[in-house]
Design a binder for this molecule. Structure first.
Ligand SMILES: *Cc1c(COP(=O)(O)O)cnc(C)c1O
Length: 420
């Protein structure tokens, strides 16, 4: 196992290694996918060119864009002056990295990405601290995840450490687009596509890894706004043995209709369930998986009277969020000493509904790079509206608020932490 991990992942991370706990869960999830990872083109194949940082070509724009004022920022609408691109071919490996003006791609209509969805992406952010330094938050986690995603769809893996170096150079070039105010950041979107021109279904013989960036404002410009969810019964996002744990574009388009339907009934997001037999009772239950494009956490007082923060386990149907991992690690460090139990375990809607009915529901929140944490007011489940512990006058509970403060404090460099 260790050797196959090494083939895919950089040999040494420039940032702090995830805790032993995180590694265990990553290894388990990775082991399930091991066979795919080995089948994919290998970043460490000595016959192929590896990414060479010294060959970086930089072409600066001659028409710099105006920086948007903070108030006008809309998520993902405005992009910076440049883009980072790396082309790969099966015959040669990785070509010289390039930073060029932001521009259209020119692709043949038969290019495989348009037909068979050879595409995987990442979402990460660069933050500017009070001293004006640009900071990335745990980018090693994003590079590992992108390597796992692309390996699953026969796209080439790469040395994540080198791409982090390139992303740092790129962010430095785009520094003037990163607002320095707390809550603002530069959203970074690495994306890999298969570029081979063919309608034949097979592993792409060429690929493009590119990175674009968009300045973004706070998800909640006027403070937290709790969302209401509709639990989706008629569609599933992911299933055992599927690809729900990979950040593939193909996972997202099918999620929009259930989201639109939830929205038409007044819910901001839908909640993804997975119907399965509960082995402890033998009953069929609706297990809670994720919310929209966020991981989900529930804080309850459990039947033993202990405060418990729980989230679904990495069983292959859950996207392994960097924020999820960060919440879990901070919870271990900071909530366990306060008597909390922290669980990565399966839980179902009936358990949440019971906790709500019995006054044991504390808080529910989503976690993801865009919002950090997103408080949940209620979940519509069948004919029942499950209340998630917020009184009408508040938009977020204390645990949700603490995680936002803790994580943002680290992201903006206000707290010294190994993740910076
Ligand atoms: C990206 C994503 C998340 C959150 O991941 P982060 O790394 O925390 O941003 C959660 N669920 C899904 C389905 C996602 O695509």
């Amino acid at each position: 196992m260790a050797s196959s991990l090494r083939q895919i992942l950089p040999r040494r991370s420039i940032l702090a290694a995830p805790s032993a706990r995180a590694w265990t869960s990553q290894r388990c999830a990775f082991a399930q996918r091991r066979s795919y990872a080995i089948a994919a083109p290998d970043a460490a194949d000595p016959k192929l060119q590896a990414i060479d940082l010294s060959k970086l070509q930089v072409q600066k724009t001659t028409t710099p864009k105006e920086v948007m004022s903070n108030n006008d920022l809309v998520f993902g609408r405005y992009f910076t002056d440049h883009m980072l691109s790396l082309e790969w071919t099966a015959a040669e490996g990785w070509m010289d990295p390039r930073i060029t003006p932001y521009q259209n791609l020119s692709l043949d209509p038969a290019t495989c990405v348009f037909h068979y969805a050879f595409e995987a992406f990442e979402g990460m952010k660069a933050y500017k601290d009070k001293q004006g330094n640009v900071r990335l938050f745990r980018p090693d986690m994003n590079m590992k995840r992108l390597n796992r995603s692309v390996a699953r769809i026969a796209l080439p893996t790469f040395d994540g450490e080198k791409v982090i170096e390139l992303i740092k150079k790129f962010c430095q070039m785009e520094e003037r687009f990163i607002p320095s105010e707390r809550g603002y950041s530069l959203y970074i979107r690495p994306n890999m596509i298969g570029t081979q021109r063919t309608l034949g279904v097979g592993p792409p013989g060429s690929a493009l890894l590119y990175v674009i960036a968009s300045p973004v404002g706070p998800y909640y410009p006027t403070g937290f706004k709790a969302i209401s969810l509709e639990a989706t019964k008629y569609a599933v996002r992911a299933w055992p043995g599927g690809v729900g744990n990979s950040k593939l574009g193909a996972n997202y388009a099918p999620c929009i209709v259930p989201q639109m339907q939830a929205a038409s009934r007044g819910f901001q997001q839908n909640l993804w369930l997975f119907e399965d037999v509960d082995p402890t009772t033998g009953k069929v239950e609706d297990f809670v998986t994720e919310v929209g494009t966020m991981n989900l956490f529930a804080a309850i007082i459990n039947k033993d009277g202990q405060k418990e923060l729980m989230t679904a386990p990495l069983d292959g149907t859950i996207l392994e969020g960097v924020t999820r991992n960060s919440v879990l690690q901070l919870a271990q460090e900071r909530l366990v000493p306060e008597g909390w139990k922290i669980s990565e375990r399966r839980f179902h809607m009936r358990e949440l509904a019971e906790a709500a009915k019995e006054g044991r529901m504390l808080e529910v929140f989503g976690s993801g790079t865009a919002a950090v944490v997103s408080p949940v007011r209620s979940i519509q489940y069948n004919d029942e509206l499950v209340s998630c512990g917020l009184t009408a006058d508040i938009e977020a509970g204390p645990i949700t608020k603490r995680f936002k403060d803790w994580i943002e404090g680290i992201q903006y460099g206000e707290e010294e932490h190994p993740w910076r």
